[in-house]
Design a protein around this ligand. Sequence first.
Ligand SMILES: Nc1nc2c(ncn2[C@@H]2O[C@H](COP(=O)(O)OP(=O)(O)OP(=O)(O)O)[C@@H](O)[C@H]2O)c(=O)[nH]1
Ligand SMILES: [Mg+2]
Length: 460
Amino acid sequence: MYVADTIVAPATPPGRGAVAIIRLSGKEAIAIARTLWRPRKPGELRPRELRLGAIRDPSSGATIDEALCVIFPAPHSLTGEDVVELHCHGGVYLVRRILALTADLGARLAQPGEFARRAYLNGRIDLTRAEAIADLVEARGEEALVRATAQLSGALARHVEGLREKVIGIRAYLEAEIDFADEDLDLPSRAQLASSINELADSVRLLRDSFARGRIAREGVRVALIGKPNAGKSSILNLLLGSNRAIVTPIPGTTRDVIEESISLGPWSVVLSDTAGLRDSVEPIEQLGIARTRAAADEADLLLAVFDSSRPFDSDDAQVVAATRERSGIALLNKCDLAARLDRERLRAEGMKLRVVEFCALTAYGLAELRRHLEVTIDQMAGGPQTDGSPAITRERHRVALDQALAALQAAHDAALASMPPEIVAVDVARAADALASITGAVSTEDVLDAVFSQFCIGK
Ligand SMILES: Nc1nc2c(ncn2[C@@H]2O[C@H](COP(=O)(O)OP(=O)(O)OP(=O)(O)O)[C@@H](O)[C@H]2O)c(=O)[nH]1
Ligand SMILES: [Mg+2]
């Protein structure tokens, strides 16, 4: 439900900074600003013009801060409503004080994503652009940034709209068949119709299959380091991070909990998890840690299986090999600076199917090779390096909608071939159009909007 009251929130992150921006949107926004803020030089506030002035407490008349003010009257604003920005100094207490003053004058603190939701409801942005704003803010790597910018420019929305128009075109043929059943019109045959539906389904499938790339770009790739205690997992994490994040000691069983850190790898963002060493342990704390290792390995997109090449293969290593079965990743023969007691051939003989890289965490030997292989593996997971610049979907929501559209197109195709009455085929075609419309929000429900906008933070 659209409530047109006036909302307020800091648009800048909490904490101290040179400047904080407080944003108001709604019918009372400009009136509230006029009460709180007075220009230094006399004269009316003109739209989209930044003016210097002071913020005063209306009850005492005391000046609280020097601040810039800019107004964006409806409908040409972020939300489509009257919007005001107060650029004040970035003090924690100061911002809280100004927010309280706006509340006294009738503004309500905005919910997460409420500005973007109003922008959508007033037709300023579609849902994919709203999601792109969230993605842009969250982007942790070049691929995520490029994707979010393209989506913000409307590339995905236009692509989906194009597909929907084709679906509606097919619907138009069916309507003609219904309306002019008795007349001798030159309409496409059922076989032609079925083949057009098929073509369209192929395009929808292509977009759905872009999810792997889109998701990886947006969320990052999850990579778990697994191996027996003392194999060198934490040393490798630290090396990849370039900092001593995890504790490293010669004592097996040092890492007890899962440690997560992000790195960039080429265009990708990678979330690395260092884990407790896998072994048969009776110690209860270690057992809990090992259960977490297994969970992290299950959740990971890729595994980095670490082996201590200075020690003979044992039953703990066998557990690690077993954990890599049917999984993607890379095996590292670590400690290759020491005399070798375990080599590539032995690992292969024990059933290791992943690529094996010789490594030394102390000297960084093999690091370039590891990074290169990881990047190539991620490229492959994402469906190969992208060259054509076509948009990718980035969210489960998009994928579900495209699956629904595909199922409906399939049903329409079958009904068309089975010479079903045009009304029946048209129902399936309409379902496909609605599913596509839900992606951009041309058709939406409260539930969908709640799901999309609750991911935003306050002030967006
Ligand atoms: N010689 C040599 N020592 C290494 C290498 N990598 C790690 N080490 C040493 O091996 C010991 C264990 O390293 P960690 O990184 O703590 O091993 P881990 O796999 O995290 O061990 P847990 O947390 O106990 O499971 C430390 O003393 C490291 O300095 C290497 O490439 N060569
Ligand atoms: Mg460790």
